[in-house]
Every structure is written in structure tokens, then in C-alpha cells.
Design a protein around this ligand. Structure first.
Ligand SMILES: NC(=O)c1ccc[n+]([C@@H]2O[C@H](COP(=O)([O-])OP(=O)(O)OC[C@H]3O[C@@H](n4cnc5c(N)ncnc54)[C@H](OP(=O)(O)O)[C@@H]3O)[C@@H](O)[C@H]2O)c1
Length: 324
């Protein structure tokens, strides 16, 4: 895993598959963040095709969510209840309100934390963080904490584990992650001089997704909430809109369709029972980068966790950080 030739080989030879046609998700409830477009929308379509009963599309812009719902309904004869809930990773108030609403659900079987951005230029969020860090890491981590009580309650109610899946990327293998040497990693990542070249910062936040997911899994019992991260593969989507030049050639040569990426996400959400704290790629469990598995990676994972909790405690009013 991880090398360029391996990436090319997998993108060319592996063909992602839809969920088994015999699978029925009747009676289950799922939520997907960033569900109005790209891979999140396709994962939604796939869960609906397997008869999920209730699906929450968590979206930054509700009008885009309504358009996505229309699009799903026009391509399926679903009897699923589809709801559009607002969620903006740049706003802790939005995340806290979303979490509060999730607590009111009678059940939540699956959560796919998929929302993300790939910003190629340094930009600051409202809270003052570099934007990839804010949306991909801090936002996703905060959402994971706010939905945990409902996932746990559901697991007790149905006497079976519920699932939390975080979307990462194979790109987490490909970065120097020099920020790890700083006294405070997240503070260093907020400095423009640390931003790095091309997609480096985006990929670094995808590594943070893997580290956060690993640590969260270590703090939870797999009988309660199963937590994994997933690489959907390199796919056509709006994610690449800020990338210029060579990315177009890469997409043309190597990319899977959005549909195939959505299949990989849906597979990670409902498949691989028994895996916990795992990294899924190409629809199977595999190993994350050697850095993640190293002693140093383990120490950095705990440091990133502590720093993230401290940031959320400080800024994320309404986000419960004492939950794990
Ligand atoms: N496509 C690939 O090749 C690839 C490869 C590896 C990993 N991934 C990961 O897959 C996930 C989905 O990406 P995609 O390819 O489907 O791209 P996409 O079509 O751009 O979807 C990203 C989603 O995230 C949402 N989002 C962006 N900023 C947000 C915010 N502040 N708050 C809440 N939601 C926000 C977007 O909403 P708006 O429409 O409102 O912007 C959109 O729904 C991402 O986590 C990405 O890192 C993608």
C-alpha cells in the first residue's frame, strides 16, 4: 500500500462493487455528512437501494440537500424517509445544534462522516484555523463526538454494535508531516508557513482523520460502536475543483467514477463486521501508513487527540468533549 505504482495498479485493476443485492437495511437509520454531492451522494443512493428505512443527509446548504434528495428520488423507487439536516463544519454552533438533533433520534445505526474539502491555497476559517484543518479534522472530530451518545444508545437498544465510519484518503501515506515535530501540532498547522506544496495540507488532514479514528476506536468498545476509517479511492468529484493542471490528466488516466467511490463508502459503512479501528481501502481491511503503525505514530495520535479535545473545549461550545 501507499506507493505510486501501487496506486496506479489498484486504480486500473480493481473494480469496486455495489453492496450485495440480497442485503436489506430495512429498519435501519443512517446519516451521511457532505451528502449533497460526490461520493456522499452516491453512498446515500447505495444505502437507499438496499432499502434503508431512514436516511439523514447532513449538508452545509439545505437547498443543495433538497436538490440531492430530488435527484435520489428521481433515480429510485425508494420508500426510505430522506431528511435534510443542516451541518456546517466551519461553525461549532451548527455542529452542536446538529448533535443535539441527533440525540433526539430514536435510533442511529450508521454514521458516515464524509464531508471534506481540498483547499490548495491557505485560507482561514471563522475560528482562525487553516481551512483543511477546520473542515476535515476539527469539524469531523467534533461531529464524531456529538453523535456518539445516540450511536451508543442505539447499540444498547438493539443489542448489537452501531457503526461510525470516517472518510480518509490514501494520500495520508504521501506526506512528510513535518508539523508533528512542533510543540503544538495543530497550532503549527495554522501557520501559513507550514502549508506545504500542492495537496500536502489536504493529505495531512486525511492523516489526522486516520489518527483520530484510531484513537476514538481505542477508547470505545467494539461491542458498542465500531469505528473505522476508509479510503474511497481516487474518484471524479467536485473535490478536485481547486486543483489545477496535472490533476485533470490524473483523473482521466486513473479515476474511478463517483458511483464506484460511493460503493466503496457504502461497503465500509455496512460491511466488514468485526473490524474495529481498521483502515479500509479497496473494499477490504488493509494497513494504514507505516507512520500510523509506528511508535512515533502512536505517540502523535495521542498528542493530536489531546490537542483536538483542548481546541474543541476552548472553541466548540455545545460540543461535548467529555464523552470518551
Ligand atoms: N474524490 C476523491 O478522489 C477522494 C479521494 C479520497 C478521499 N476523498 C474524500 O471523500 C470525501 C467526499 O469528497 P468528494 O470527493 O465527494 O467531494 P465533494 O463532491 O466536493 O463533496 C464534499 C462534500 O463535503 C461538503 N462540505 C464541504 N465543506 C463543508 C462544510 N464546511 N461543512 C459541511 N460540509 C461541507 C460539501 O458540501 P458543499 O457542496 O456545500 O460544498 C460536499 O457535500 C471527502 O472527505 C474527501 O476528502 C475523496
Amino acid at each position: 500500500m501507499g506507493g505510486f505504482l501501487g496506486f496506479v495498479w489498484r486504480q486500473w485493476t480493481m473494480k469496486p462493487k455495489p453492496l450485495p443485492s440480497t442485503l436489506s437495511l430495512q429498519g435501519k437509520t443512517a446519516l451521511i455528512t457532505g451528502a449533497n454531492s460526490g461520493l456522499g451522494l452516491e453512498a446515500a443512493r447505495e444505502l437507499i437501494s438496499r432499502r434503508i428505512s431512514r436516511l439523514i443527509l447532513a449538508v452545509r446548504d439545505p437547498s443543495k440537500g433538497e436538490a440531492a434528495k430530488e435527484d435520489i428520488l428521481s433515480s429510485s423507487d425508494a420508500s426510505c424517509t430522506i431528511e435534510i439536516w443542516p451541518l456546517d463544519h466551519e461553525s461549532y454552533a451548527s455542529i452542536a445544534a446538529f448533535g443535539q438533533r441527533v440525540r433526539g433520534l430514536d435510533r442511529l445505526d450508521y454514521a458516515l462522516l464524509n464531508a471534506g474539502v481540498k483547499m490548495m491555497k491557505y485560507e482561514k476559517s471563522v475560528a482562525g484555523h487553516e481551512m483543511n484543518v477546520q473542515i476535515n479534522h476539527l469539524g469531523t472530530s467534533a461531529v464524531s463526538l456529538t453523535i456518539l451518545p445516540c450511536l451508543r444508545r442505539t447499540a444498547r437498544k438493539i443489542n448489537a454494535p452501531t457503526r461510525l465510519t470516517v472518510v480518509s484518503s490514501e494520500g495520508h501515506f504521501w506526506i512528510p508531516f513535518k508539523e508533528r515535530h512542533a510543540p503544538h501540532i495543530l497550532a503549527r498547522m495554522d501557520e501559513p508557513s507550514s502549508f506545504g506544496w500542492q495537496q500536502q495540507r489536504y493529505y495531512t488532514t486525511k492523516l489526522l482523520n486516520v489518527l483520530w479514528t484510531h484513537e476514538l476506536a481505542a477508547r470505545l468498545r467494539k461491542e458498542e460502536v465500531v469505528v473505522n476509517s476508509v479510503n474511497p479511492g481516487f474518484c471524479y468529484s467536485g473535490l478536485h475543483r481547486h486543483s489545477a493542471g496535472i490533476i485533470g490528466v490524473f483523473l482521466w488516466l486513473f479515476a474511478w467514477t463517483q458511483r464506484e467511490g460511493g460503493w466503496c463508502l457504502a461497503d465500509a459503512v455496512v460491511g466488514h463486521e468485526g473490524e474495529h479501528g481498521a483502515y479500509l481501502s479497496e473494499q477490504r481491511m488493509t494497513t494504514p501508513s507505516s507512520f500510523v503503525l509506528s511508535k512515533e505514530g502512536e505517540a502523535v495520535q495521542k498528542k493530536v487527540w489531546d490537542e483536538t479535545i483542548a481546541v474543541l473545549r476552548d472553541e466548540g461550545k455545545g460540543v461535548d468533549t467529555d464523552i470518551v
